[in-house]
Ligand binder design. Structure first.
Ligand code: C2E
Ligand code: MG
Ligand code: MG
Ligand code: MG
Length: 292
């Protein structure tokens, strides 16, 4: 009977769909073990002040080093982790690890950075979320002002009425929220008024067409205008060219991330990017010494 059912069921799927479903199922069981097996690590992408090019923040991005498959991108496993109820554990691990890393850079006397961490809807709206943020801050000694929680518009839509309570709790703790992938989520703009929301991240899909696409120009300018009138800080995502940088700078966007400045890199690479290069500092010092 099982065989017959299986055969019947299979008729509704193409071989490709079947293979995808099997891959997801296998990935799911492996994902359950990935945390204990320490297969996750974080990379960090710098965020630069548009006017000066100075690195002012980093965004922590998770990577899964699978023993056989190699590097699995987050877009592939985060949705599975969300549907399996594993996302809270993962996001909590990321929060802790990212705060610890910020502390290590502080101890190494690097210039002070802000740390942005991506959080899924299921983690953010859970009653224990506040405690796990508090714990990560306490354990690392990082000030809440330096932590930024990134939430996508679609996550906000999914959370519904939990959003306001969770945002307020975070705000009371002193941690700000960034709206990630802004403009892609089909949600209302009402949440922009919430006190915790202090940053708006312009999605890469609008940056890609700059400055040639009239539509992207119009949308980006409108986003910067909304942000400015609400007193929000704007960060553009996915800047890859000089002309995108120039356009966004002129449009009044304050900060940018993208391959033009740096890909997501290891903690050691962040330290190298921020440490004054010995050669450079000598040259600089020499250049201000007046000639005798
Ligand atoms: P996101 O938060 O919007 O992150 C930006 C994504 O764009 C990253 O992909 C980054 O590597 C990529 N990116 C940055 N600059 C450029 C560029 O100039 N060009 C292009 N083509 N891409 C660029 P990544 O690391 O694959 O992450 C994908 C998404 O996965 C993230 O989107 C975020 O939503 C989610 N994610 C990553 N880490 C975590 C995590 O720790 N927890 C949760 N819940 N989600 C995470
Ligand atoms: Mg993000
Ligand atoms: Mg984004
Ligand atoms: Mg994204």
């Amino acid at each position: 009977v099982a065989k017959m059912e299986e055969r019947n069921a299979l008729r509704f799927y193409t071989p490709k769909m079947h293979a995808d479903a099997r891959r997801r199922l296998k990935l799911a069981s492996e994902l359950r073990q990935a945390l204990q097996r320490q297969e996750f690590h974080l990379v960090y992408q710098p965020s630069v002040e548009m006017k000066t090019g100075r690195i002012v923040a980093v965004e922590a991005l998770i990577r899964w080093q699978h023993p056989e498959r190699g590097l699995v991108p987050p877009d592939e496993f985060i949705p599975i982790a969300e549907s399996l109820g594993l996302i809270r554990q993962i996001d909590q691990w990321v929060l802790q690890r990212a705060c610890e890393q910020l502390r290590l850079w502080d101890d190494a006397r690097l210039p002070s950075l802000r740390m942005a961490v991506n959080v899924s809807a299921g983690s953010f709206s859970h009653p224990d979320f506040l405690a796990s943020v508090g714990q990560a801050l306490l354990a690392s000694g990082v000030s809440p002002k330096r932590l930024l929680v990134e939430l996508t518009e679609s996550a906000i839509l999914r959370m519904g009425e939990d959003t306001e309570r969770a945002m307020l709790a975070l705000h009371n703790l002193g941690v700000a929220v960034a709206i990630d992938d802004f403009g892609t989520g089909y949600s209302s703009l009402a949440y922009l008024k919430l006190p915790a929301v202090a940053y708006l991240k312009i999605d890469r899909s609008f940056v890609t067409g700059l400055p040639a696409s009239g539509n992207d120009v119009a949308i980006t300018e409108a986003m910067v205008a909304i942000a400015r009138s609400l007193g929000l800080h704007t960060i553009a995502e996915g800047i890859e060219t000089e002309s995108q940088h120039e356009f966004l700078l002129k449009a009044g966007c304050q900060e940018g991330q993208g391959y033009l400045y740096s890909r997501p890199v290891s903690p050691e690479d962040i330290a190298r990017l921020l440490a004054p290069r010995p050669g450079a500092s000598v040259t600089k010092r020499l250049s201000v010494v007046p000639p005798h």
